[in-house]
Design a protein around this ligand. Structure first.
Ligand code: F6P
Length: 410
């Protein structure tokens, strides 16, 4: 006999997205919305992250509206609003959020975000008992997902967040293109990549042929800086084309000779509501120091918002669908305060629900790149990293024009 009524008929699930966007947020919204609708929920979208639950609220109905999950960014818009008191905003606005959750009759809240947005969701769950489900998102790929990477009989903890694969494709392509101009001028190009505290995304430049990399996890002290310059010269000279691309994370900790201290370079020191300044500009500083120290022409290039822009790639499409399947599982069990994650790193065709897990939101936080994924002596990512990323975006790629013109003697 067919059930006449859907399981969650009369209930409402609301979705919000907060923090920096990625190309996989619309895909996440679409996948969660479709599954929740099938279960019988009415589905609301909250605009601009937590901001859409302040004041009178800013809420839209997503229930039977066409949704484009391939288009990057977020149709629900985003903000870095923190409901709880922080360095910038001292006011506790969590009760306003609670009031709106009641006013709009929201039964379950799904928060698509990184450590900040989901950290606030965790508090809403712990303090007020709001039924929340976190959904991972970050271009930096540093939100702890407790995902395991199996390599040569060993298990290593890594991170896999929706958005990373699409961002990685963009950085891979961008780096592969940069070689043509760089080779023409026989330069050193310092390519800056997003990543405030972790080098996961910077490593993706290696898949477009970046020969060296600097990451936030490995501090560039005075001594290490000298060693770095030596290696830069060695690698530049060893390349018959005399051209080198060095990928650097925006949050790299770099020794400043004038101040005799290690610093991070900010584009603006103004803090967001979670206490983060805006990074930017370290590539220009490193390039000019290379120029001065080695006498080799060097340029800085900021990749900026490129990894966050454009369409959602296939791996992320599948990942968001699979994690949304796990949301269904949590809804059916009424198991809240959890976040669906991948348990293992698997290639695209194996991203299936039986590889997923749900972790307590109390256990989330930032997870930097483990030592084993980076070779300190070579300033380059290791074979373990290559295996990890190959699962996600396929083999490294680079076009090449290997010419050897015969020299004309007059
Ligand atoms: O969300 C993380 C992030 O993409 C960082 O990599 C970057 O430093 C920051 O956001 C940029 O934020 P905004 O969009 O506010 O300039």
């Amino acid at each position: 006999m067919m059930r006449k009524e859907k399981l969650f008929a009369g209930k409402t699930l609301a979705i919000l997205s907060g923090g920096g966007d990625t190309p996989a947020i619309n895909s996440s919204i679409e996948a969660i919305r479709n599954r929740a609708s099938m279960l019988g929920f009415k589905v609301f979208g909250i605009l601009r992250g937590w901001k859409g639950l302040l004041g009178e609220g800013d809420v839209v109905d997503l229930t039977n509206i066409p949704y484009n999950g391939i288009y990057g960014g977020t149709g629900l818009l985003s903000s870095r609003t923190n409901p709880f008191p922080g360095k910038k905003n001292k006011e506790d606005r969590s009760e306003q959020i609670l009031r709106n959750i009641e006013r709009y009759k929201i039964d379950v809240l799904v928060t698509i975000g990184g450590d900040d947005t989901n950290g606030a969701a965790k508090k809403m769950y712990e303090i007020y008992g709001i039924p929340v489900i976190g959904f991972p998102k970050t271009i930096d790929n540093d939100l702890r997902t407790r995902t395991m990477h199996h390599y040569q009989g060993k298990k290593h903890e890594v991170v896999l967040c929706p958005g990373f694969a699409s961002g990685a494709m963009q950085i891979k392509k961008l780096t592969a293109k940069l070689h043509t101009t760089n080779e023409s001028h026989q330069r050193i190009m310092v390519l800056e990549v997003m990543g405030r505290d972790a080098g996961w995304l910077t490593g993706t430049a290696m898949f477009g042929g970046a020969q060296m990399a600097l990451i936030p996890e490995v501090v560039i002290t005075k001594e290490r800086k000298d060693f770095f310059f030596e290696k830069v010269k060695e690698k530049y000279m060893a390349n018959p084309k005399h051209s080198l691309i060095i990928a650097v994370s925006e949050g790299v900790r770099w020794y400043n000779n004038d101040k005799n201290e290690i610093e991070m370079v900010y584009a603006s020191s103004e803090l967001d509501e979670y206490g983060h300044p805006r990074f930017g500009g370290v590539s220009g500083i490193i390039a000019s120091e290379i120029n001065k120290k080695l006498g080799i022409e060097a340029r800085g290039q900021i990749s900026g918002y490129i990894p966050r822009s454009g369409r959602c790639y296939e791996y992320d499409r599948r990942l968001t669908s699979t994690l949304a399947d796990k949301v269904v599982d949590l809804l059916l069990r009424e198991d809240y305060g959890k976040m669906p994650v991948m348990r293992d790193i698997v290639p695209y065709c194996e991203v299936e629900e039986f590889h997923t897990d749900a972790i307590e939101m109390g256990n989330i936080g930032n997870f930097p790149l483990p030592n084993i994924y980076y070779n300190h002596n070579e300033f380059q990512f290791s074979e373990q990293y290559v295996d990890f990323l190959t699962n996600i975006i396929g083999e490294p790629y680079r076009m090449e024009f290997n010419h050897q013109f015969p020299v004309v003697i007059p």
